[in-house]
Design a protein around this ligand. Structure first.
Ligand code: PEP
Ligand code: MG
Length: 571
């Protein structure tokens, strides 16, 4: 029995056999073939088998994760139907009498290097598609099995170095009971997806792939961030008991699904959810979300090869607003850049993309893109309770410019005879320290603030949120962060505005009593965190939490804050 420590990225406990998701051995030898016709037939069979597999994966993604994710596999299917790629392979077999896998590899390599040499991110991405798809075809030709998580048919725990969003999209919830990875953190993509799929996960173990062999029993404890390899019967029994306790707790939480979030002293706070697509609204309602506090619209723009049209966007925004039936929906305008690239925009590579030309900076420069999104939003505004916020605001002037453009589009639409709601609140993300420090000035301009701690922490501590080596500096409870948050909440309240938070910190058990005491009005989190948060808040007194404010803000370290909170709130 061996235990690994990682980061609990998605709550729950899973006990099953390990399924290693790793690169298969696809070494290819050049061979001469006698029967060229038979070789071409073998190639055609491999193409058909690959297509059938991709169809299955696509269907699964569509069912489990929505249209956007399924599109990735639709693109792969297109590559497999492209005669420009397939004919040269068949010609090579016919003309040179070589084996199909060799011909496939040579042809694919030629296209891949051609696309990669182009100074164009879009073509580079196509190179990656070709490489991915070719691998599948070659595996069929060699008779090697490619690990195919969507086709797993027994209960397993996935063990991988890392999982990409497309790997995660393929996981079949009926059989994949949990996963563990060597790298990643709580705010990484696969972690956020695991939470919305309710698959227990432990990430950042550093050595899972080095220590876990295929088929051995593994326990993934996403509650405490532990992975146990080859557990004894006694340990398995202990974890089964822990799992039963967790299930009972979830059933208890579920009783609060239709209840408002009120503290012991009868104060209401709003518990909202973060979403990425209209399909996510289902999870929000099932988990008792009172609002959508952050709709990350960039997913509408990703996994495709051109900008979404105004009508496509209008449909998505209208769908979310209608499904939320009048509950507030805060839509964030395009936050592209940083780690979220749009290859088809052909933006030049930057030294520091997180500090570069992104989000509102890009929107104020590329106004066609921005205005199209704003028009779609304004047109959708009459279908529900829409609020709009701008990401990555650094200066008051940026906010004023963005709002002026919004108002121009609103006036134009009204002039064209289109109905636009006249109660749309306009707010901003507070994720750059300058805006927190100057929150008193911003508060005069905005209708609300939403604090984006995922970025605010990385910019305040100068510690990349994706870099594990500096993750010790990524400290949500550092008094420096808490003081910035306090500035924002106080400034909002002084102007009669509300302040929310949509970074991961809003759903954090230690942070919740602190934020309640600081007066935060809205907490927006992964949908699955809502019911535990509601349960916790119902047991807290806002007045008591507020009485600790000065003391908490007077500390100098994270450790002091955590120790104090645990003691005062019996955690
Ligand atoms: C944030 O920065 O806290 C945030 C909510 O936005 P994102 O995670 O999309 O950067
Ligand atoms: Mg952000």
């Amino acid at each position: 029995m061996l235990e690994l420590k990682g980061i609990g990225a998605s709550a729950g406990i899973a006990i099953a056999k390990a399924y290693r998701l790793e690169e298969p051995n696809l070494d290819i030898q050049k061979k001469e073939v006698a029967d060229k016709e038979a070789e071409v037939n073998r190639f055609n069979d491999a193409i058909n088998q690959s297509k059938a597999e991709l169809e299955k994966i696509k269907e699964h993604a569509l069912k489990e994760l929505g249209e956007d994710k399924a599109e990735i596999f639709a693109a792969h299917l297109l590559v497999l139907s492209d005669p420009e790629l397939l004919n040269p392979v068949k010609d090579k077999v016919q003309n040179e009498a070589v084996n199909a896998e060799f011909a496939m590899k040579e042809t694919a390599d030629m296209f891949v290097s051609m696309f990669e040499a182009m100074d164009n991110e879009y073509m580079k991405e196509r190179a990656a598609d070709i490489r991915d798809v070719t691998k599948r075809v070659i595996a069929h030709l060699l008779g090697v099995e490619i690990p195919n998580p969507s086709l797993i048919s027994e209960e397993v725990i996935i063990v991988a170095e890392d999982l990409t969003p497309s790997d995660t999209a393929q996981l079949n919830r009926d059989f994949v009971k949990g996963f563990t990875t060597d790298i990643g953190g709580r705010t990484s993509h696969s972690a956020i997806m695991a939470r919305s799929m309710e698959i227990p996960a432990v990430v950042g173990t550093k050595t899972a792939t080095g220590q876990i062999e295929n088929g051995v029993m593994v326990i993934v404890d996403g509650l405490d961030g532990d992975v146990i390899i080859n557990p004894s019967d006694e340990t398995i029994a202990q974890y089964q008991a822990k799992l039963e306790k967790f299930k009972a707790q979830k059933a208890e939480w579920a009783k609060l699904v239709d209840e408002p979030t009120v503290t012991k002293d009868n104060q209401h706070v709003e518990l909202a959810a973060n979403i990425g697509t209209p399909d996510d609204v289902k999870g929000v309602l099932e988990n008792g979300g009172e609002a959508v506090g952050l709709y990350r619209t960039e997913f509408l723009y990703m996994g495709r090869d051109q900008l979404p049209t105004e009508d496509e966007q209008f449909d998505a925004y209208k769908t979310v607003l209608e499904r939320m039936e009048g509950k507030p929906v805060v839509v964030r305008t395009l936050d592209i850049g940083g780690d979220k690239e749009l290859p088809y925009l052909n933006l030049p590579k930057e030294m520091n993309p997180f500090l570069g030309f992104r989000a509102i900076r890009l929107c104020l420069e590329e106004q066609d893109i921005f205005r199209t999104q704003l028009r779609a939003l304004l047109r959708a505004s009459t279908y529900g309770n829409l609020k709009i916020m701008f990401p990555m605001i650094a200066t008051v002037d940026e906010f004023k410019q963005a709002k002026a453009i919004l108002n121009e589009e609103k006036d134009k639409l009204i002039e064209e005879g289109t109905n636009v709601s006249d109660t749309i609140e306009i707010g901003m993300m507070v994720e750059i320290p300058s805006t927190a420090v100057l929150a008193d000035q911003f508060a005069k301009e905005v209708d609300f603030f939403s604090i984006g701690t995922n970025d605010l922490i990385q910019y305040t501590m100068a510690a990349d949120r994706m870099n594990e080596r500096v993750s010790y500096l990524y400290q949500p409870y550092n008094p420096a962060i808490l003081r910035l948050i306090t500035l924002v909440i106080e400034a909002a309240h002084k102007e009669g505005k509300w302040a929310g938070m949509c970074g991961e910190m809003a759903g954090d058990e230690i942070a919740i009593p602190i934020l309640l005491g600081l007066g935060l009005d809205e907490f927006s989190m992964s949908a699955t965190s809502i019911l535990p948060a509601r349960t916790q808040i119902k047991g807290l007194s806002k007045e008591e939490a507020a009485s600790f404010k000065e003391e908490i803000l007077s500390f100098s370290t994270t450790e002091e804050v955590v120790a104090f909170v645990k003691e005062k709130f019996n955690m």
